[in-house]
Write a protein that binds this ligand. Structure first.
Ligand SMILES: NC(=O)c1ccc[n+]([C@@H]2O[C@H](COP(=O)([O-])OP(=O)(O)OC[C@H]3O[C@@H](n4cnc5c(N)ncnc54)[C@H](O)[C@@H]3O)[C@@H](O)[C@H]2O)c1
Length: 266
Protein backbone atom coordinates (compact mmCIF):
# COMPACT_ATOMS: atom_id res chain seq x y z
CA UNK A 1 0.00 0.00 0.00
CA UNK A 2 1.26 3.47 -0.91
CA UNK A 3 -1.47 5.71 0.48
CA UNK A 4 0.63 8.85 1.03
CA UNK A 5 2.38 9.51 -2.27
CA UNK A 6 2.86 13.29 -2.77
CA UNK A 7 1.67 13.97 0.78
CA UNK A 8 3.58 15.70 3.56
CA UNK A 9 3.19 14.10 6.97
CA UNK A 10 4.27 15.98 10.10
CA UNK A 11 5.10 13.95 13.21
CA UNK A 12 5.84 15.46 16.64
CA UNK A 13 7.92 13.50 19.13
CA UNK A 14 9.30 11.95 15.95
CA UNK A 15 12.49 10.44 17.30
CA UNK A 16 10.84 8.49 20.15
CA UNK A 17 9.53 4.93 19.98
CA UNK A 18 6.09 5.59 18.50
CA UNK A 19 7.15 8.62 16.44
CA UNK A 20 9.93 6.72 14.72
CA UNK A 21 7.69 3.74 13.93
CA UNK A 22 5.10 6.10 12.44
CA UNK A 23 7.80 7.85 10.38
CA UNK A 24 8.95 4.49 9.01
CA UNK A 25 5.37 3.45 8.20
CA UNK A 26 4.50 6.71 6.42
CA UNK A 27 7.83 6.60 4.55
CA UNK A 28 7.10 3.05 3.39
CA UNK A 29 3.77 4.35 2.06
CA UNK A 30 5.37 7.11 -0.01
CA UNK A 31 5.05 10.20 2.23
CA UNK A 32 7.46 13.11 2.60
CA UNK A 33 8.17 13.62 6.27
CA UNK A 34 8.63 16.56 8.63
CA UNK A 35 10.12 15.25 11.87
CA UNK A 36 9.56 17.51 14.88
CA UNK A 37 11.16 16.85 18.27
CA UNK A 38 12.91 18.75 21.04
CA UNK A 39 15.79 16.29 20.66
CA UNK A 40 17.62 17.73 17.66
CA UNK A 41 20.27 15.00 17.44
CA UNK A 42 17.65 12.24 17.33
CA UNK A 43 15.55 13.81 14.55
CA UNK A 44 18.61 14.71 12.50
CA UNK A 45 19.75 11.06 12.63
CA UNK A 46 16.28 9.77 11.75
CA UNK A 47 16.02 12.22 8.84
CA UNK A 48 19.42 11.03 7.52
CA UNK A 49 18.30 7.38 7.71
CA UNK A 50 15.05 8.11 5.88
CA UNK A 51 16.77 10.23 3.22
CA UNK A 52 19.27 7.41 2.66
CA UNK A 53 16.40 5.09 1.83
CA UNK A 54 14.84 7.61 -0.57
CA UNK A 55 12.30 9.46 1.61
CA UNK A 56 12.46 13.27 1.68
CA UNK A 57 12.71 14.09 5.40
CA UNK A 58 13.02 17.45 7.15
CA UNK A 59 14.24 17.46 10.78
CA UNK A 60 12.84 20.30 12.90
CA UNK A 61 13.72 21.11 16.50
CA UNK A 62 10.77 22.47 18.47
CA UNK A 63 9.12 22.28 21.87
CA UNK A 64 5.44 21.42 21.35
CA UNK A 65 4.50 23.24 24.57
CA UNK A 66 5.96 26.52 23.27
CA UNK A 67 3.67 28.22 20.75
CA UNK A 68 6.31 30.30 18.97
CA UNK A 69 8.61 27.31 18.61
CA UNK A 70 5.92 24.99 17.21
CA UNK A 71 4.45 27.66 14.91
CA UNK A 72 7.91 28.31 13.43
CA UNK A 73 8.46 24.59 12.83
CA UNK A 74 5.09 24.18 11.09
CA UNK A 75 5.74 27.27 8.94
CA UNK A 76 9.03 25.67 7.87
CA UNK A 77 7.15 22.56 6.71
CA UNK A 78 5.03 24.48 4.20
CA UNK A 79 8.00 26.58 3.10
CA UNK A 80 10.08 23.45 2.48
CA UNK A 81 7.57 20.99 1.00
CA UNK A 82 4.92 23.40 -0.32
CA UNK A 83 2.10 21.64 1.53
CA UNK A 84 1.05 20.05 4.81
CA UNK A 85 -1.43 17.13 4.59
CA UNK A 86 -1.27 15.09 7.81
CA UNK A 87 -0.29 15.84 11.41
CA UNK A 88 0.47 13.15 13.99
CA UNK A 89 0.42 15.03 17.31
CA UNK A 90 2.43 12.39 19.15
CA UNK A 91 4.97 14.10 21.46
CA UNK A 92 4.40 13.38 25.12
CA UNK A 93 5.98 12.52 28.44
CA UNK A 94 5.08 9.84 30.97
CA UNK A 95 5.28 9.52 34.74
CA UNK A 96 3.15 7.16 36.78
CA UNK A 97 4.73 7.68 40.20
CA UNK A 98 3.32 11.07 41.10
CA UNK A 99 0.99 11.14 44.09
CA UNK A 100 -1.19 14.24 44.11
CA UNK A 101 -0.52 15.15 47.75
CA UNK A 102 3.23 15.30 47.13
CA UNK A 103 3.21 16.58 43.56
CA UNK A 104 5.00 19.87 42.87
CA UNK A 105 2.69 22.06 40.82
CA UNK A 106 5.51 22.47 38.28
CA UNK A 107 5.34 18.73 37.54
CA UNK A 108 1.59 18.96 36.88
CA UNK A 109 2.09 22.00 34.67
CA UNK A 110 4.89 20.39 32.67
CA UNK A 111 2.91 17.25 31.89
CA UNK A 112 -0.27 19.08 30.97
CA UNK A 113 1.71 21.60 28.91
CA UNK A 114 3.38 18.92 26.79
CA UNK A 115 0.65 16.26 26.60
CA UNK A 116 -2.42 18.50 26.27
CA UNK A 117 -1.41 22.09 25.41
CA UNK A 118 1.08 20.65 22.89
CA UNK A 119 -1.77 18.83 21.12
CA UNK A 120 -3.93 21.97 21.17
CA UNK A 121 -1.06 24.02 19.71
CA UNK A 122 -0.45 21.36 17.08
CA UNK A 123 -4.12 21.50 16.00
CA UNK A 124 -4.13 25.31 16.10
CA UNK A 125 -1.11 25.69 13.83
CA UNK A 126 -1.97 22.78 11.52
CA UNK A 127 -5.51 23.87 10.64
CA UNK A 128 -4.50 26.84 8.41
CA UNK A 129 -2.01 24.85 6.26
CA UNK A 130 -4.36 21.83 6.13
CA UNK A 131 -7.12 24.18 4.95
CA UNK A 132 -4.83 25.61 2.28
CA UNK A 133 -4.11 22.03 1.16
CA UNK A 134 -7.86 21.46 0.68
CA UNK A 135 -8.25 19.23 3.77
CA UNK A 136 -6.31 16.50 5.52
CA UNK A 137 -6.08 14.58 8.76
CA UNK A 138 -4.88 15.08 12.32
CA UNK A 139 -4.22 12.11 14.60
CA UNK A 140 -3.81 13.02 18.26
CA UNK A 141 -2.01 10.87 20.82
CA UNK A 142 -4.17 9.81 23.74
CA UNK A 143 -3.71 6.73 25.88
CA UNK A 144 -5.69 3.86 27.32
CA UNK A 145 -4.64 5.44 30.62
CA UNK A 146 -7.06 8.32 30.76
CA UNK A 147 -10.70 7.74 30.07
CA UNK A 148 -10.44 3.97 29.62
CA UNK A 149 -8.05 2.82 32.32
CA UNK A 150 -6.87 4.07 35.72
CA UNK A 151 -3.46 4.03 37.37
CA UNK A 152 -2.71 5.48 40.78
CA UNK A 153 0.08 8.02 40.60
CA UNK A 154 -0.79 9.16 37.09
CA UNK A 155 -3.31 11.97 37.68
CA UNK A 156 -1.73 14.57 35.37
CA UNK A 157 -1.05 11.95 32.69
CA UNK A 158 -4.65 10.69 32.86
CA UNK A 159 -6.09 14.19 32.91
CA UNK A 160 -3.99 15.26 29.94
CA UNK A 161 -4.82 12.17 27.87
CA UNK A 162 -8.55 12.29 28.66
CA UNK A 163 -8.34 15.99 27.75
CA UNK A 164 -6.86 15.08 24.36
CA UNK A 165 -9.93 12.98 23.57
CA UNK A 166 -12.28 15.82 24.51
CA UNK A 167 -10.23 18.39 22.60
CA UNK A 168 -10.20 16.09 19.56
CA UNK A 169 -13.99 15.83 19.46
CA UNK A 170 -14.45 19.59 19.66
CA UNK A 171 -11.84 20.30 16.96
CA UNK A 172 -13.27 17.53 14.75
CA UNK A 173 -16.64 19.24 14.81
CA UNK A 174 -15.12 22.67 14.14
CA UNK A 175 -13.14 21.62 11.07
CA UNK A 176 -15.23 18.88 9.45
CA UNK A 177 -16.61 21.35 6.87
CA UNK A 178 -13.01 22.10 5.82
CA UNK A 179 -12.40 18.45 4.92
CA UNK A 180 -10.13 17.96 7.94
CA UNK A 181 -10.65 14.83 10.05
CA UNK A 182 -9.38 14.68 13.64
CA UNK A 183 -9.10 11.47 15.67
CA UNK A 184 -7.37 10.14 18.77
CA UNK A 185 -5.40 6.92 19.16
CA UNK A 186 -5.36 5.38 22.63
CA UNK A 187 -2.59 2.81 22.95
CA UNK A 188 -2.33 0.46 25.89
CA UNK A 189 1.16 -0.50 26.98
CA UNK A 190 3.59 -0.44 24.04
CA UNK A 191 7.25 -1.44 24.14
CA UNK A 192 9.12 1.89 24.16
CA UNK A 193 11.51 3.68 26.49
CA UNK A 194 8.59 5.70 27.86
CA UNK A 195 6.74 2.64 29.19
CA UNK A 196 9.96 0.97 30.38
CA UNK A 197 11.02 4.10 32.28
CA UNK A 198 7.95 3.68 34.51
CA UNK A 199 9.86 0.87 36.24
CA UNK A 200 13.48 1.95 36.38
CA UNK A 201 15.84 -0.86 37.21
CA UNK A 202 13.50 -3.68 36.19
CA UNK A 203 14.82 -5.77 33.35
CA UNK A 204 12.80 -5.15 30.14
CA UNK A 205 11.82 -8.75 29.37
CA UNK A 206 10.47 -9.46 32.84
CA UNK A 207 8.71 -6.07 32.97
CA UNK A 208 6.94 -6.50 29.64
CA UNK A 209 6.47 -10.27 30.20
CA UNK A 210 4.40 -9.61 33.31
CA UNK A 211 2.16 -7.24 31.34
CA UNK A 212 1.79 -9.72 28.48
CA UNK A 213 0.26 -12.27 30.87
CA UNK A 214 -2.43 -9.75 31.82
CA UNK A 215 -3.30 -8.69 28.27
CA UNK A 216 -6.09 -10.79 26.71
CA UNK A 217 -4.31 -11.03 23.32
CA UNK A 218 -1.22 -12.26 25.21
CA UNK A 219 1.34 -9.73 23.98
CA UNK A 220 2.56 -6.22 24.72
CA UNK A 221 1.98 -3.88 21.78
CA UNK A 222 4.80 -2.87 19.44
CA UNK A 223 5.29 0.63 18.03
CA UNK A 224 4.46 -0.71 14.54
CA UNK A 225 1.01 -1.75 15.83
CA UNK A 226 0.25 1.89 16.67
CA UNK A 227 1.83 3.18 13.45
CA UNK A 228 -0.49 0.96 11.37
CA UNK A 229 -3.57 2.46 13.03
CA UNK A 230 -2.27 6.03 12.78
CA UNK A 231 -1.63 5.53 9.05
CA UNK A 232 -5.12 4.08 8.59
CA UNK A 233 -6.76 7.03 10.38
CA UNK A 234 -4.68 9.48 8.34
CA UNK A 235 -5.56 7.76 5.05
CA UNK A 236 -8.58 8.13 2.79
CA UNK A 237 -9.69 4.67 3.91
CA UNK A 238 -10.84 6.39 7.12
CA UNK A 239 -12.68 9.12 5.21
CA UNK A 240 -15.88 8.61 7.26
CA UNK A 241 -14.13 8.64 10.65
CA UNK A 242 -13.74 11.82 12.65
CA UNK A 243 -13.86 12.62 16.37
CA UNK A 244 -13.20 8.97 17.23
CA UNK A 245 -10.91 7.57 19.93
CA UNK A 246 -9.49 4.20 18.95
CA UNK A 247 -8.08 1.83 21.56
CA UNK A 248 -4.98 -0.16 20.54
CA UNK A 249 -4.55 -2.22 23.67
CA UNK A 250 -4.84 -5.96 22.97
CA UNK A 251 -7.96 -5.97 25.12
CA UNK A 252 -6.03 -4.62 28.14
CA UNK A 253 -8.95 -2.42 29.21
CA UNK A 254 -11.49 -5.25 28.89
CA UNK A 255 -10.17 -6.67 32.15
CA UNK A 256 -12.21 -5.25 34.99
CA UNK A 257 -12.66 -6.28 38.59
CA UNK A 258 -16.04 -7.72 37.68
CA UNK A 259 -14.48 -10.19 35.23
CA UNK A 260 -11.77 -11.31 37.65
CA UNK A 261 -13.74 -14.22 39.19
CA UNK A 262 -14.66 -15.55 35.74
CA UNK A 263 -12.27 -18.50 35.39
CA UNK A 264 -13.14 -19.04 31.74
CA UNK A 265 -11.84 -15.58 30.93
CA UNK A 266 -8.73 -15.66 33.11
N1 LIG B 1 4.70 3.72 25.12
C1 LIG B 1 3.48 3.54 25.60
O1 LIG B 1 3.20 2.53 26.26
C2 LIG B 1 2.42 4.57 25.33
C3 LIG B 1 1.09 4.21 25.58
C4 LIG B 1 0.09 5.16 25.35
C5 LIG B 1 0.40 6.41 24.88
N2 LIG B 1 1.72 6.73 24.66
C6 LIG B 1 1.99 8.08 24.17
O2 LIG B 1 2.70 8.01 22.94
C7 LIG B 1 3.50 9.19 22.78
C8 LIG B 1 4.92 8.79 22.38
O3 LIG B 1 5.43 7.96 23.41
P1 LIG B 1 6.69 7.00 23.24
O4 LIG B 1 6.37 5.76 23.97
O5 LIG B 1 7.12 6.96 21.83
O6 LIG B 1 7.74 7.83 24.13
P2 LIG B 1 9.26 8.25 23.86
O7 LIG B 1 9.74 8.80 25.14
O8 LIG B 1 9.98 7.12 23.21
O9 LIG B 1 9.08 9.43 22.78
C9 LIG B 1 8.53 10.67 23.09
C10 LIG B 1 9.16 11.69 22.18
O10 LIG B 1 8.57 12.98 22.41
C11 LIG B 1 9.60 13.95 22.47
N3 LIG B 1 9.14 15.07 23.29
C12 LIG B 1 8.85 15.07 24.62
N4 LIG B 1 8.50 16.29 25.02
C13 LIG B 1 8.56 17.10 23.92
C14 LIG B 1 8.32 18.47 23.69
N5 LIG B 1 7.96 19.30 24.70
N6 LIG B 1 8.46 18.96 22.44
C15 LIG B 1 8.86 18.15 21.42
N7 LIG B 1 9.11 16.84 21.58
C16 LIG B 1 8.96 16.32 22.82
C17 LIG B 1 10.78 13.22 23.09
O11 LIG B 1 12.01 13.88 22.80
C18 LIG B 1 10.67 11.86 22.42
O12 LIG B 1 11.35 11.82 21.19
C19 LIG B 1 3.39 9.96 24.10
O13 LIG B 1 2.43 11.00 23.94
C20 LIG B 1 2.88 8.91 25.08
O14 LIG B 1 2.15 9.48 26.14
C21 LIG B 1 2.73 5.84 24.85
Amino acid sequence: MKRFINQTVVITGAQGGLGRAAAERFAAEGARLALVDRDGTGVAELARELEASGTPALPLVADVADEASLAAAFAAVEAHFGQFNVLFNNAGIGGMDLRVAEMPVERWDEMVAINLRGVFLGCKHAIPPLTRAGGGAIVNMGSSTGRHDTLPGSAPYMASKAGVEALTKSVALQVAHLGIRVNTVCPGIIRTNLSLRQKDGVEAESFFGRFAQRIPLGRVGRPADVAAVVAFLASSQARQITGAALLIDGGQTLRRWISAPDLAAS
